[in-house]
Design a protein around this ligand. Sequence first.
Ligand code: FAD
Length: 154
Amino acid sequence: MDDRAFRNAMGKFATGVTVITTSVQEEAYGMTANAFMSVSLNPRLVLVSIGEKAQMLNRVRTAGKFAVNILKAEQKELSMYFAGQIKEKREIDFAWLHDLPVIQDSLANIVCNVYREHQAGDHTLFLGEVVDLVVREGEPLTFFSGKYGTLPAD
Ligand code: FAD
């Protein structure tokens, strides 16, 4: 099996899209991520996976906390921006929750303290203990086979 076959197979798992946000010395940072899952109800834990080359890795380590922002269908451009796929620098108007920047008008803002971290190959898994959340109505942005999409209308 080559790397392309592995990536293609993993891309067959359809997901939503999130932007992970954190803050270091009052500066806000964001990174697009779809490696996100809910893990435990008691305690309330979620998991994100951050690549070793991502600047977000040390930022989350330093901050000891992060937020997961689940994107709406209309927020594809934000996803592309925080994945570095749109190059020109933009001013992002974050909201703030528990001293963390969060994406306005996303489907959910999930605020977490780092509970554990575990290195796994070229990624680090962060378990986050959820301390607060905000949920809104709307349709999700999806990601499947390397492409963005939306849910089909009923
Ligand atoms: P940077 O390069 O520091 O930031 C990314 C972009 O956001 C840059 O353009 C930067 O200027 C801008 N930015 C950041 N903060 C601000 C701010 N406060 N104001 C204005 N602009 C700002 N990688 C993973 O590790 N795990 C995943 O689960 C994952 N899933 C992905 C899913 C999808 C659908 C896509 C498209 C990519 C995914 N990636 C994932 C890749 C990841 O998003 C990119 O590699 C990313 O660019 C790496 O982030 P960084 O921390 O190095 O970001």
